[in-house]
Write a protein that binds this ligand. Structure first.
Ligand code: G1P
Length: 288
């Protein structure tokens, strides 16, 4: 069955990015001129996703507005003959079929995914976490879907990270099957360095099967007192094989201030519209 549905958990409070996220959803922070969440929706759509469910919370209305038509703005742009801008804002509302559900309590990523149960039904589905922006020749989710096509089983995005950082991630013990493809043998959420089974970290892209829902329904709280998706995946791995895809591409952790800055610089260096002016500025600043 083709993967057409994606779940975006966006209820998080963005405490790593205060005070900017006090009243603005972290997903709406812009990399140059586009909110983070739009990059991730574009990745999903480019990978063949047709329906997106945002699992939202209080204070996230701006995300709904961003993916809706903006009547006044569109009329104004039309009247002024700004057709390129008009096309750009209109197509955001037409990228995919968008749905929303509220996660009424902040009980963790596993709980957020459980809120998508009715939307997902009996199909395989994707999960995309908005903090991870991945600049890749083939969209990262598309790379996971290629692995899914071969095994018809859950697939996690994996990246080798420096061991000093492993306790910020879910971590896997895995058996390499091919270049960039692994079978996941065990998983642990945010281990201490000495307990980490490898340097392979789970990055915020998943293909899951509906078998995850009955597990999440009775999943006990884990790390940080939250219902962890990683813990549910440990149990799922006893029922179905789980695979990993060490994706090709550059990942930016945009939930973190330094990661966000790096992503901004990277994206700006790639933009033709600045015509080298940004490179010149950086060179000048660094030589001072
Ligand atoms: C979540 C997952 C973790 C994963 C990470 C990827 O953690 O629980 O397993 O490695 O996303 O970004 P969070 O960063 O939301 O605390």
């Amino acid at each position: 069955m083709r993967v057409k549905k994606a779940v975006f958990p966006v209820a998080g409070l963005g405490t790593r990015f205060l005070p900017a996220t006090k009243s603005t959803p972290k997903e709406m922070l812009p990399l140059i001129d586009k909110p983070l969440v739009q990059y991730v929706v574009e990745e999903a759509v480019a990978s063949g996703i047709e329906q997106i469910l945002f699992v939202t919370g209080r204070g996230k209305r701006a995300i709904e507005d961003h993916f809706d038509h903006a009547f006044e703005l569109e009329t104004l742009l039309e009247d002024k003959g700004k057709t390129a801008e008009l096309h750009e804002v209109r197509q955001i509302a037409e990228m995919a079929k968008i749905f929303f559900v509220r996660q009424k309590q902040a009980l963790g990523l596993g709980h957020a995914i459980l809120c998508a149960k009715e939307f997902v039904g009996a199909e395989p589905f994707a999960v995309l976490l908005g903090d991870d922006i991945i600049d890749a020749p083939v969209p990262c989710l598309g790379q996971l879907l290629d692995v899914y096509e071969s095994y018809r089983a859950p697939v996690l995005a994996l990246e080798k990270v420096p061991m000093v950082n492993i306790s910020s991630y879910g971590c896997v013990r895995a058996n390499q099957l091919a270049k960039r493809v692994y079978e996941v043998l065990d998983l642990v959420e945010k281990p201490a360095i000495i307990d980490a089974p490898s340097d392979l970290a789970i990055i915020g892209r998943y293909i899951l099967t509906p078998g995850i829902f009955p597990i999440l329904e009775d999943q006990a709280p884990g790390k940080g007192g939250e219902i962890q998706l990683t813990d549910a995946l440990v149990r799922l791995s006893k029922q179905e094989s789980i695979f990993g895809c060490q994706f090709e591409g550059l990942r930016h952790d945009c939930g973190d201030k330094l990661g966000f800055l790096k992503a901004t610089v990277d994206m700006a260096l790639k933009r033709d519209e600045f015509n080298g002016a940004f490179q010149d500025y950086l060179r000048m600043r660094l030589c001072r």
